[in-house]
Design a protein around this ligand. Sequence first.
Ligand code: ADP
Ligand code: ADP
Length: 224
Amino acid sequence: DAALALVGVSRRYHEGTKPLVILDEADFTLRRGEMVALVAPSGAGKSTLLHTAGLLERPDAGEVIVNGKSCGKLSDDDRTAIRRNEVGFVYQFHHLLPEFSALENVVIPQLVRGLSQKEAQDRAMQLLDYMKIGPRAEHRPAELSGGEQQRVAIARAVANAPLVLLADEPTGNLDPHTAGYVFDAMEALVRHSGLSALIATHNHDLAARMDRRVTLAEGKVVDF
Ligand code: ADP
Ligand code: ADP
């Protein structure tokens, strides 16, 4: 039972006239409730894989299936709707809106999706509490530490109750102690919400704690 599947997905870029093959008929399945680490060197194609899986980029060939829906033939608008409803993203840098509080940053995506202010605020506060950042809810991103910013970014990523969380080096900018703390909170939230997560990381200790580890080898996604 797959939350997300890539079937025969290819993705290439061009460096001048030379094709750069990043994904070559790659297959990957993220099962429901599964937390998978994506571990590969810089430049191997982790961001490309995450962006393709999250419908931010279209593959050159193959099919991305989110929650049982084949996304290849959908319009950009339909893909955006699936991305908003089914997928949450976390990046290495938080990308929070600087002029809004932590709370507002988690509220806003829910308003976009049509929830009332009250519903959105209640859920945002729950998520911030879950990420152990509730007492800092009224602070703006610049007033928070790096670890706190990432905890807000994670709360925001799951605000719309997605099925899948895609994270690109979510703790990559943090010192090891803070990284461990942020990962603990993220893991608890993922497990508690029954989310499926694909998390790119260079941190082997954190990778070891996930259900499964995959890497990119010659354009394929392989377990290791
Ligand atoms: P990673 O996330 O593992 O560091 P990326 O997916 O970002 O890897 O990039 C994989 C390779 O593809 C890199 O060599 C990168 O320079 C190249 N690349 C990524 N995006 C583009 C693009 N839009 N155009 C051309 N090359 C790209
Ligand atoms: P992310 O923020 O998701 O990690 P980036 O935008 O930083 O993705 O890109 C990741 C990698 O892809 C970097 O190595 C970057 O240099 C490369 N890259 C991105 N866009 C292009 C592009 N248009 N041409 C060549 N390389 C690119």
